[in-house]
Design a protein around this ligand. Structure first.
Ligand SMILES: Nc1ncnc2c1ncn2[C@@H]1O[C@H](COP(=O)(O)OP(=O)(O)O)[C@@H](O)[C@H]1O
Ligand SMILES: [Mg+2]
Length: 222
C-alpha cells in the first residue's frame, strides 16, 4: 500500500522573538496509520512543534506540508485544524466555554452541524469518556483530570483523522490513563504523543523520536 502522508516538515527553523534557535533544520514526517511518540528535555520544543503543525505559530524558515499540501496562511490551517486535533498541554488553554456541553458542541457547530446532530455527538462522546452527568457543569470548576477528559471529548467530537497529544497523561490517575490509552488505540488511526510517561508511550506507540539540538532523531529502541 502506498504511504499516505499526513505531516511533512522540511528544514524547519524557528525561534521566538528572534531569541535562541529552537529548531535548526528539523525534518519530520508522519504517515497515515503511524502512532509515534516524541520525547525531549523540557524546553526542547515539543509543544512548539505541535503549534507549528496546526498553524498557531509560523516557521521562520522551512516548509510545512499537511495532507500533501504546503500550508502557509490562515485559510490553509483552518482545514488542518478540522482534521488534526491538538490536545493542549494545559487543558485550560483548550476549554473556553462556560459549560462542558458547550465546549464539546463548539467544534461540530462551528463546522455547520445541526443542533440535532450535535446533541447526539455530545451524548456519544460523554458516554465514551464517562462524562455523562457532567454536561451542565461549569468547566472551570472541574478537577484537572475531569478537564483533561473534557478536552479529549472536544477533540473526539470532531472525529479527527489525526491527534497531537501534548503530555496527555500528566496528573491523571491509572484508570483515566487507561481510558485514554484505549480510546486512542481503538478510535484514532494516526497520532503523535509527547510524553515523559514511558509506560504509556510503550503501550501507545510503535516508534519514538527525540528532539535534540533543534533536530528530530529516531530512537533506535522503544
Ligand atoms: N510564547 C513563547 N515566547 C517565548 N518563548 C517561548 C514561548 N513558548 C515557549 N518558549 C520557549 O521555547 C522553548 C521551547 O518551549 P516548548 O516548545 O514549550 O518546549 P517543550 O514542550 O519541549 O518543553 C522553551 O525554552 C520555552 O521557554
Ligand atoms: Mg511542552
Amino acid at each position: 500500500m502506498d504511504n499516505i502522508n499526513i505531516v511533512d516538515i522540511r528544514k524547519l527553523h524557528f525561534s521566538y522573538h528572534h531569541g535562541q534557535e529552537i529548531f535548526k533544520g528539523l525534518n519530520f514526517s508522519l504517515n497515515k496509520g503511524d502512532k509515534v511518540g516524541i520525547i525531549g528535555s523540557n524546553g526542547s520544543g515539543k509543544t512548539t512543534l505541535f503549534h507549528i503543525i496546526v498553524g498557531l505559530i509560523k516557521p521562520i524558515k522551512g516548509d510545512v506540508y499537511i495532507f500533501d499540501k504546503k500550508r502557509t496562511n490562515e485559510k490553509d490551517f483552518f482545514e488542518v485544524r478540522q482534521k488534526i486535533g491538538l490536545l493542549f498541554q494545559e487543558s485550560d488553554d483548550q476549554l473556553f466555554c462556560p459549560t462542558v456541553e458547550e465546549d464539546i458542541a463548539f467544534g461540530p457547530l462551528n463546522i455547520g452541524k445541526s443542533h440535532e446532530e450535535v446533541k447526539l455527538v455530545v451524548k456519544d462522546v460523554c458516554e465514551k469518556f464517562s462524562l455523562s452527568g457532567l454536561e451542565r457543569k461549569v468547566t472551570y470548576r472541574l478537577s484537572g483530570g475531569e478537564k483533561r477528559l473534557v478536552a479529549f471529548a472536544t477533540l473526539a467530537a470532531m472525529n479527527p483523522e489525526c491527534l497531537l497529544l501534548d503530555e496527555p497523561t500528566s496528573g491523571l490517575d491509572e484508570a483515566t490513563t487507561e481510558r485514554i490509552l484505549r480510546y486512542i488505540k481503538n478510535h484514532v488511526e494516526t497520532y503523535i504523543v509527547v510524553s515523559h510517561d514511558f509506560e504509556f508511550l510503550k503501550d501507545a506507540v510503535n516508534k519514538i523520536f527525540f528532539i535534540k539540538d533543534g533536530k528530530m532523531n529516531l530512537k533506535e529502541t522503544l
